[in-house]
Write a protein that binds this ligand. Structure first.
Ligand SMILES: C[S@@+](CC[C@H](N)C(=O)[O-])C[C@H]1O[C@@H](n2cnc3c(N)ncnc32)[C@H](O)[C@@H]1O
Length: 315
């Protein structure tokens, strides 16, 4: 992480280097505690010596009744190592950082490498913030390997070809928390005019929007209804031009009395109860346009809007 040299990194790889705050992890994972008993957790995009995902599970090893915690460290240019925590190796009566077993890896810890895929196959749950530049390949790998997961990503990913079918078929859904978040970045990270700060300790931070959690693990909170209070009128909810759905500008404006298709902001996903709404994927045209519907403006001009999800209220 922060100590790593950036010499061998591509621009995309440099943009992938940002680190999750412990508080953000804690706020989401508290919903899933019942799922971890006797499970092996794998953090496969984490420098175990820096990662707060590793730290979270190390600190909560006993409370969650974990069977094993494994983390692999990626380095773009050299072979790396894995850390494992699974028993009281030093016999002092507790399982903690003193019991960590460090083993070299043959390769560089790429989540796609044979040795990391072998660990993936042996684990039960993957929890991490993966490289955003490889997000779609990453999540497809987890689904193909039939793994439970709780991972961080960007909501915009859902409008892409690989993701929409997974979302529609309910193989992936959003976790509970979403929005803008600050992430720590390495010392070498280039300063930016916006969404960037250096704190009083000289640590650099970057703010990212449309962040959410993606998971396939069921929790009761996934089925909480969204309270609807707006009412439909054809004037306020014009039809989209490229799909037979009404255009809903804001999640708060989803009408409670409209039964047809609605094109709503993608930010609905973390609030979408599958018992309340049916997620109707995209047709061919919307797929090609990544969910960007077109509307007619009051001045008679066409406008291409930000990406939308097409949903319908369930009876
Ligand atoms: C968004 S950062 C998050 C790091 C850490 N999981 C956290 O949340 O603090 C993604 C991490 O994935 C690592 N990474 C990049 N490409 C990878 C790959 N092919 N396999 C495994 N890890 C990779 C990067 O080095 C980077 O540290």
């Amino acid at each position: 992480m922060a100590g790593n040299s950036n010499l061998h990194m591509s621009k995309a790889q440099k943009e992938d280097e940002f680190y999750t705050e412990l508080s953000m992890i804690e706020k989401e994972l508290r919903f899933y505690k019942q799922h971890f008993e006797n499970k092996t957790v794998f953090c496969n995009c984490d420098d175990p010596e820096w990662s707060n995902f590793w730290k979270y599970f190390e600190l909560k090893f006993d409370e969650l009744k974990l069977k094993k915690l494994i983390s692999t460290h990626f380095d773009a240019s050299e072979s790396t190592y894995k850390l494992e925590l699974f028993k009281d190796t030093n016999g002092d009566g507790v399982i903690n950082s003193k019991d960590i077993v460090k083993t070299p890896l043959n390769a560089n810890g790429d989540f796609r490498s044979p040795e990391c895929l072998e660990i993936l196959d042996d684990c039960d749950i993957v929890v991490t913030n993966p490289p955003f530049s490889l997000f779609r390949e990453y999540i497809t790998t987890l689904v193909e390997h039939n793994k439970d997961f709780i991972i961080i990503g960007n909501l915009n990913n859902i409008t892409y070809n690989e993701m929409m079918p997974l979302i529609k078929e309910q193989k992936v859904w959003a976790g509970k928390n979403s929005g803008h978040y600050w992430f720590r970045v390495p010392e070498w990270y280039e300063e930016k005019k916006t969404d960037f700060k250096i704190d009083e300790n000289g640590v650099k931070w970057r703010r990212m929007g449309n962040i959410c959690w993606f998971t396939n693990m069921d929790i009761p909170e996934h089925y909480e209804d969204l309270t609807l209070y707006a009412t439909y009128s054809p004037e306020e909810y014009p039809k989209c031009l490229n799909i037979d759905a009404i255009f809903v500008r804001l999640v708060d404006k989803i009408p409670m009395d409209y039964n047809g298709l609605m094109a709503v902001p993608i930010t609905i996903l973390p609030k979408l109860n599958p018992k309340q709404f049916e997620l109707v994927g995209f047709d061919k045209e919307l797929t090609e346009n990544h969910g960007r519907v077109r509307t007619l403006q009051p001045n008679g001009k066409e406008k291409t809007e930000y990406a939308r999800l097409i949903i319908r209220r369930k009876p």
